[in-house]
Write a protein that binds this ligand. Sequence first.
Ligand code: PLP
Length: 384
Amino acid sequence: MDHAYDWIASDLQALHRAGWYRSTRLSHGSGSAQIELEGRRVLQFASNDYLGLSQDPRLVSAAIEALRIHGAGATGSRLLSGEREPHRQLEKRLAAWKGCEDCLVFSSGYLANLGVIPALVGSRDLVIADAYNHSSLKSGTQLSGAQTLTYPHGNIAHLERELARHREEYRRCLICTDTVFSMDGDLAPLPRLVEVAERFRCMVLVDEAHATGVLGPTGAGALEHFGLAPSLVQMGTLSKALGSLGGYVCGSAELVDYLRNRARSWVYTTGLSPADTAAALAAVEIVHGELELRTRLWQNIAHLRAGFTERQLRLLPTDSAVLCIRVGDVGRTRRFADALWEAGVYAPAIRPPTVPTSRIRFSVMATHTPEMIDQVLAAIDCVL
Ligand SMILES: *Cc1c(COP(=O)(O)O)cnc(C)c1O
């Protein structure tokens, strides 16, 4: 008898009892707005594929072409054998888009945050973070060994007080924030945050995962939206609006040069696959060139928003393609999501511990049609 692993079964039972147990749903075939999930045709409102690019034939062709030329895998760390032409092409393209000198592409956004934070700060340093930051920022901070303070969501006055009290105790200080918060959809007050950071000589890491391809005149993200061009560390992912896989960090040439030497999740892992790299490069070109994709996305966002307002639903503050409504406690929220599912709409219930308060989260895509948005609103009427 092996008792060493018994705790796993009892932990799983505890998850079930708390209503926190989660499992995957199998999706068949292609399609972005309408998909087959668990054998059911549903409208997809749970995807990060904001522009529908994951299914775009141009990304698929670019990936196939790269597979033919470069093979399936990068074969090693880019410092050893894994550097391929598309890697640098993509990095130069991303840097130009983000208004930075250079860029480093990681194998995922999560790995980018695991790499960049410990490269910038260590045990003598301080990280100050928004309480709603993404898990990867929290994990990166833990890995760095830096002292951590969190400020209440979006509360820059609180951030400022913490800095006034504690900044001098530390060598370096890094402020970390999502720009668009992934589970709420609102924006960090970046102009004020940047001003405070400069005053207290802090570095700033912004995570543009849900803003890239969505916000700003060329879709470059929240910094572009605010017209901010400061010396920030701009991190993001290639796996959301860009429809591929991978993460990136953009900044000064010096910063990127340093990361190539010090970001362990880049140095000690295999380079991003040629296919993913080429697909992401194709996506950047499309986002740049096709304004109408973003126009359609924002029309859909406005449409769904207006429908929520008309029904006097409790919409959480949002500035992005993520729209959340509160419909009651954990139990009610789950039943609401189940009823939507029965009505052919997949918009998940997001519950504690992921977020402090339960909500239904809709992520809007450019590939939704106005009829689909109306279908969602009709489904909500039914559930209500
Ligand atoms: C999704 C996400 C990440 C991780 O990106 P991946 O490329 O999916 O690993 C990091 N930060 C935020 C805010 C995210 O939403």
